[in-house]
Design a protein. Structure first.
Length: 133
């Protein structure tokens, strides 16, 4: 799968975590990656550019959480179909169910391996863009 033309939005309040995710995305061949340190900043970026193909968001952020960001994305006709992966240290059944009720594409618990990260990102994009990637 060729990732160079796919645009990814990485949302995490931790600069260190954003760096880790960006490094992994670049090693997978992604070239177009936006960063947002908060859910509110992510919404502002999406308002400017609806051509994002994948959102990777932390759950636990001050202000607008990743779950709230997911709900906002799903409520907007222009962004409702963008694949959305929540990254979190929370692995309780209740939180996982809340995410899937909000129509998350996938849910990844931290810490995660590079291989697992690549697998989830590839699987989510294949499900959405089968045949065009």
């Amino acid at each position: 799968m060729n990732f160079k033309d796919i645009t990814v939005l990485v949302v995490d309040d931790s600069n260190v975590m954003r760096r880790i995710i960006l490094k992994r995305l670049h090693s997978m061949g992604f070239e177009k990656v936006y960063e947002a340190p908060s859910g509110k900043m992510a919404l502002a970026l999406l308002a400017e550019d609806k051509s994002v193909d994948l959102i990777l968001s932390d759950w636990s952020m001050p202000g607008l959480s990743g779950l709230d960001l997911l709900r906002e994305v799903r409520a907007d006709r222009a962004t409702q179909d963008i694949p959305f992966v929540l990254l979190t240290a929370e692995a309780q059944l209740y939180t996982i169910l809340m995410a899937f009720k909000a129509r998350v594409s996938s849910y990844m618990t931290k810490p995660f391996t590079s291989d697992y990260f690549s697998y989830i990102v590839t699987r989510v994009l294949k499900e959405k863009y089968a045949g065009s990637c």
